[in-house]
Write a protein that binds this ligand. Structure first.
Ligand code: NAD
Ligand code: IPM
Ligand code: MN
Length: 353
């Protein structure tokens, strides 16, 4: 019996709806493939936990998570009760940083039966490789008083090691796909970090002569995602640019509710974490409206990470057929509830395998 130990953290809001949905799908995977077992341990860490314990997870939370094969997270954030910069930095960002999950992989593509209201193309398929550990998300800086004025200073940190690592990852991924990497830059306006980003991109690209490269300023690139998304194969972006681009990637697919993501630890010292692009969506919490596809496709990425690629592909086929049949939630034009979509994916999974 092949067993995978998964730490599940539903978190806040719709995370508590879509994580159980995705776990149900994993249970069906177990039913179908007798030799496979997912040992899931659930941790109730999030904003409500914070109200009770004044921390987002126990003191030894990271020590607990360290021993798992993967972390499966829904979303964190309930700004009505805990400020986002506390909830996110103590849980989500803390795990990404502490477990050296330095790369965030975020695909976006078209699906038959789901026509995007936004994208000016019926056919695109790209992956954003987001640098996940430094860049604009740094703790460096602070507030100072300048004369009578209070000033907030935020330092962005771009190390050669971190930048090169993300870019190398992007090129290697492109080699397995359509051999093209686009760099999200802003070296025309951001004085120090972005010219450095371009310099590293040039250096890394020299090692991949067969891969076509281009760089595009983030403002123009954001527009191109909408107007000509079919142009892209792999896009490499800094932490913040990658964050913004991947919500656009989600929107052109049809909804942020379907976009998956994987936070990858590359040195094998810690588990990787799988959590969709979307957040806790407090506006639709408890209404049965949450699209579970983002979380379920994220589970597919976790299966790929485990090396279970055949099963992962079957799961994606099941998602594709449910989308094609239109048994989907409101955000992508359907009438189904979270549970109905999940039921349908489970049924399709049984049929495709
Ligand atoms: P959000 O992604 O939660 O919501 C944006 C919009 O998309 C909302 O209208 C929401 O209803 C919709 N949406 C999101 N997921 C959906 C789904 N699965 N199905 C259908 N519709 C969906 O972004 P936000 O409103 O900026 O953030 C809400 C909270 O989540 C904040 O606390 C934020 O910090 C946090 N957040 C957490 C994560 C994470 O944990 N990975 C990611 C993003 C935002
Ligand atoms: C994401 C989220 C997080 C990020 C927030 C909630 C801190 O937007 O995972 O895309 O910016 O990384
Ligand atoms: Mn985001």
């Amino acid at each position: 019996m092949k067993t995978y130990k998964i730490a599940s953290i539903p978190g806040d809001g719709i995370g508590k709806e879509v994580v159980p949905a995705a776990i149900r799908v994993l249970r069906e995977v177990e039913n179908i493939h007798g030799g496979l077992k997912f040992e899931v341990s659930e941790y109730p860490w999030g904003s409500e936990y914070y109200l009770e314990h004044q921390q987002m997870m126990p003191e030894d939370g990271l020590g607990t998570l360290k021993h798992f094969d993967a972390i499966f997270l829904g979303a964190v954030g309930n700004p009505d009760i805990v400020p986002d910069h506390i909830s996110l930095w103590e849980l989500l960002i803390n795990i990404r940083r502490s477990f050296e999950q330095v790369i965030n992989i975020r695909p976006a593509r078209t699906f038959a039966g789901l026509s995007s209201k936004l994208a000016n193309s019926e056919d695109f398929d790209f992956i954003v490789v987001r640098e996940n550990s430094e860049g604009e998300y740094s703790e460096a800086g602070g507030t100072i008083h300048q004369g009578g004025d209070k000033v907030a200073i935020q330092n962005a940190i771009f190390s050669r090691k971190g930048t090169e690592r993300a870019m190398k990852f992007a090129f290697e991924l492109a080699e397995q796909r359509r051999n093209k990497v686009t760099s999200a830059t802003k070296s025309n306006g951001i004085y120090h970090t972005m010219p450095f980003w371009d310099e590293v991109f040039k250096d890394v690209s020299d090692n991949f002569p067969e891969v076509q490269t281009e760089k595009e300023h983030i403002d123009a690139l954001a527009a191109s995602f909408v107007t000509r998304p079919e142009r892209f194969d792999v896009i490499v972006a800094s932490n913040l640019f990658g964050d913004i681009l991947t919500d656009i990637g989600a929107a052109i697919m049809g909804s942020v509710g379907i976009a998956p993501a994987a936070n990858i630890n590359m040195n094998g010292k810690y588990p990787s974490m799988f959590e969709p692009v979307h957040g806790s969506a407090p506006d639709i919490e408890g209404k049965g409206m949450a699209n579970p596809i983002g979380q379920i496709w994220t589970a597919k990425m976790m299966l790929d990470h485990f090396g279970e690629t055949e099963i992962a592909d079957q799961l994606l086929t099941a998602i594709e057929s449910v989308i094609r049949k239109g048994i989907v939630t409101q955000d992508i034009g359907g009438k189904a509830t979270t549970t109905e979509v999940t039921d349908e994916i489970i049924q399709q999974l049984a049929e495709v395998t």
